[in-house]
Design a protein around this ligand. Structure first.
Ligand code: IPE
Ligand code: IPE
Ligand code: MG
Length: 240
């Protein structure tokens, strides 16, 4: 692990470009998704080596449900396969596995596997690997507001407490509660957008865009992003 205070605590990645990577090779889009799993492995190992404590990955958005059924199914199957294959490595390397998102939309069998993987790795402390599945930033803010509204409806005596709520209090209703906001958000494949990712949590994240397609984004590319992050001057609206 490197002793460097410029190492981000939380790195988040919008893993994009799998389809184009496959197309460039004359293959089906799913070939790119499968190769992308290798990039997840490589970046996870590198995150641990660098001393990053949280690595979060945008794996499947709420909008991605609108893709062809065969592609959605292939992505879900890949998730199952990756969990089965990687669990021993998670336990060996102290990786805590967490899945966040609209899990009600996932299959029961997938949810059972996710729960098992999360429970088995709950005590792991080297790195938290957070996978956003069926997630969108607007959905997250909406579900937080609904949860709060329902709590208040059930106990109107809390109205003064709710009126006095601050940003930190509200953020505890988001699915990312307990996880620090990302210091660095990386997006691969040359697209310059957030695509409804961590809208609340990205308020002061440093953004890093690269043309590299996700299946080609490995440890060296991860390091390049960390090096770029180290040069950034984070001011949070203040004067330095
Ligand atoms: C990212 O790659 C994976 C997911 C969004 C699930 P894409 O599948 O979006 O690949 P491109 O952007 O079409 O190349
Ligand atoms: C963003 O990629 C979602 C994930 C990486 C899971 P998309 O490929 O879905 O985003 P758009 O459609 O190009 O904005
Ligand atoms: Mg894409």
């Amino acid at each position: 692990m490197e002793n460097n205070d410029k190492i981000p605590l939380h790195v988040s990645i919008i893993m994009d470009g799998n389809g184009r990577w496959a197309k460039e090779r004359g293959k089906e889009r799913c070939f790119g998704h499968a190769e992308g799993v290798e990039s997840v492995r490589s970046c996870t190992e590198e995150a641990i080596r660098k001393g990053v404590k949280y690595l979060s990955l945008f794996a499947f958005s709420e909008e991605n449900w609108n893709r062809p059924e065969a592609e959605v199914n292939a992505l879900m199957e890949l998730m199952v396969k990756a969990m089965v294959n990687e669990l021993p490595t998670f336990l060996k390397n102290g990786i805590r596995f967490i899945v966040l998102g609209n899990r009600a939309r996932l299959d029961d069998s997938l949810n059972e596997m996710i729960d098992e993987c999360m429970e088995k790795t709950a005590g792991c402390g080297n790195l938290s690997l957070v996978i956003f599945m069926s997630y969108s930033g607007r959905w997250d803010i909406l579900q937080a507001a609904k949860k709060l509204a329902l709590e208040l409806a059930a106990d109107p005596s809390r109205s003064a407490e709710v009126s006095g709520m601050g940003l930190e209090d509200f953020s505890r209703y988001l699915v990312t509660s307990g996880i620090p906001d990302p210091d660095l958000i990386i997006r691969t494949s040359g697209e310059l957008r957030i695509s409804n990712y961590l809208l609340w949590q990205c308020a002061y994240s440093e953004l890093y865009f690269t043309d590299v397609l996700w299946p080609d984004f490995r440890a060296e590319e991860f390091d390049a992003a960390i090096q770029e992050y180290a040069k950034r001057d984070r001011r949070y609206g203040k004067v330095k």
